[in-house]
Each structure stands twice: as structure tokens, then as C-alpha cells.
Design a protein. Structure first.
Length: 274
């Protein structure tokens, strides 16, 4: 029996990386997917972001896994993009059960006049999460059948992690801490509706956000970062895989986690257990 048979999940940032992995794993467990991704470059982000071709590949892989998916190009900073995608998805699949607020960027290594990087980080990963929750929660309440919301935070949302104090790094850290506050607020307010709200906190994950040429060059040119033991996982693994996060999300979305809410769940190879 598939753990998510008949359920429908909304996933932001679905075109590649963790979002793609989540879509595939949920489809393997029987869920249908409503997926949104910007498929465009934000200028303060130093690595190439996902493309429409990436989004099409996610759609192909979900269908290959036996799932159904509706995808749209849209920006979590734009409420109308979310609303349109959600409306189209519910019209197609008839309901909504799980919300995965996953869209994220990492504009953390640009020095100089990078104040816009602060705004981009907070707008995407804090305001964008608020937009997703604000527009999806009414559907979950109206259905009156409970539900699960999972917000992608970071190990940086539970402790002080920073390569530097550049604007983008500050915005990233602030946003990843900020969504924990949103989670705690929504989990308390929605408990009476049996809607569970949790955050998940990965260490470094082997996706294009981290595993890219530009970030590698930055680390290699800053030995104080490369040699700093505080950045390393206690378990001897440099990066975990996206599916490691997806497996935890499948659990949180399933009835096996029906009484788990208000939790900050690390999937971090021990990073926060120092």
C-alpha cells in the first residue's frame, strides 16, 4: 500500500534539486503533484538557477515514477502565480493534502554592493513561504480533512552558520530562522483542524545550489572556510542527498506522522548535535 495514495501535494521550487526529488518520492508513494518554479535567474544568485527544461524533466520523471503532475512557471514572491497554479491544480486533481514550501536560493557569496541579495533571500524564503501558506491553508481548512505542511528551513535555521556577513548570507540566515517562527505560529493555530505544520532542516545537500563551480571556487579560495571544522558534519559525509530529505518529507506527509506537529526536524548528519 502506497503511503500517500490519493493525496495531492503542492511543491514550490519543483524544477530540480530537493523539489524535484520530493515530487518523485511523493509520486512513488501515490501522491499527485502540483508544482511551481520560477525557471528564471535572480541576478543576485551566483549559480545558474533552474530552467524550463529542468521543469519539463521533473514532469517526465514524476510520470515515469507512475505519478500525475501539473507544473507551472511562477514566482513565490508573486501571489497571483501561486493562486493560479493552485487553482489549476485543484481543478485537475480535486483536492489538496500536503504543502511543501521548498523554493529557495543561496545568494551568499557576493560582496560589495549586494544589499539587494538581502531582499531577494528574505523575499523568496520567508515572504515566499508566507505567501504559499496564506494561499493554501484556506483550501486545507475548507476540506476539513486535516493535512500536512512542511517548510524547508536549513541547519542554518537552528544555529549560527555563516561563511561571511555579506547581505545575502545575512538574509539567508534570517529567512531560515524566520520560517521556524511561521511554523510555530501556524502549527498552533491549525492544530484544531488536524493540519500539521513542521520545518525540516538539512545540512549541505548535493544539489546545484551547493554543488556548483562558483561555490567550489569560493570555498577553495578561502582556506578559513575550507579548513573550519565547525562547517563539517560529525557524521563523515560532506553532503547528503536530496532523497534523504524527501524520505523525511514522505513520512511527515503520511498518516504515520498524524500527531507530529510543531517540530523542527534536522536531517543533518549530526550537524546540530555538537
Amino acid at each position: 500500500m502506497q503511503r500517500l495514495s490519493g493525496k495531492v501535494a503542492f511543491i514550490s521550487g519543483v524544477a530540480r534539486g530537493q523539489g524535484r526529488s520530493h515530487a518523485i518520492r511523493l509520486a512513488e508513494e501515490g501522491a499527485s503533484v502540483i508544482g511551481l518554479d520560477i525557471c528564471d535567474q535572480i541576478p543576485t544568485v551566483f549559480y545558474p538557477m533552474a530552467t524550463r527544461e529542468d521543469l519539463a524533466e521533473t514532469e517526465r520523471l514524476v510520470k515515469e515514477a507512475g505519478g500525475q503532475i501539473l507544473t507551472a512557471v511562477g514566482d513565490v514572491r508573486n501571489r497571483e502565480d501561486i493562486r493560479r497554479t493552485l487553482t489549476d491544480g485543484i481543478e485537475r486533481f480535486g483536492r489538496l493534502d500536503t504543502v511543501i514550501a521548498n523554493a529557495g536560493i543561496m545568494p551568499v557569496i557576493g560582496a560589495g554592493e549586494q544589499t539587494q541579495a538581502w531582499h531577494d533571500a528574505v523575499d523568496v524564503m520567508l515572504t515566499g513561504v508566507w505567501n504559499v501558506l496564506d494561499l493554501t491553508v484556506p483550501q486545507l481548512i475548507e476540506q476539513n480533512e486535516g493535512g500536512s505542511i512542511v517548510i524547508t528551513s536549513s541547519a542554518a535555521g537552528l544555529t549560527s552558520i555563516g561563511l561571511n556577513t555579506f547581505a545575502g548570507q545575512a538574509g539567508y540566515s534570517a529567512a531560515k530562522h524566520g520560517v521556524v517562527g511561521l511554523m510555530r505560529l501556524f502549527s498552533k493555530q491549525l492544530a484544531k483542524n488536524f493540519i500539521r505544520v513542521n520545518t525540516i532542516h538539512p545540512t549541505g545537500v548535493n544539489t546545484p545550489m551547493v554543488a556548483n563551480l562558483e561555490y567550489g571556487e569560493f570555498v577553495n579560495s578561502h582556506p578559513e572556510v575550507a579548513n573550519d571544522e565547525s562547517y563539517k558534519n560529525p557524521m563523515p559525509v560532506e553532503l547528503i542527498e536530496a532523497v534523504d530529505i524527501s524520505n523525511a518529507i514522505v513520512f511527515l506527509a503520511s498518516d504515520e506522522a498524524r500527531y507530529i506537529t510543531g517540530v523542527t526536524l534536522p536531517v543533518d548528519a549530526g550537524y546540530n548535535n555538537r
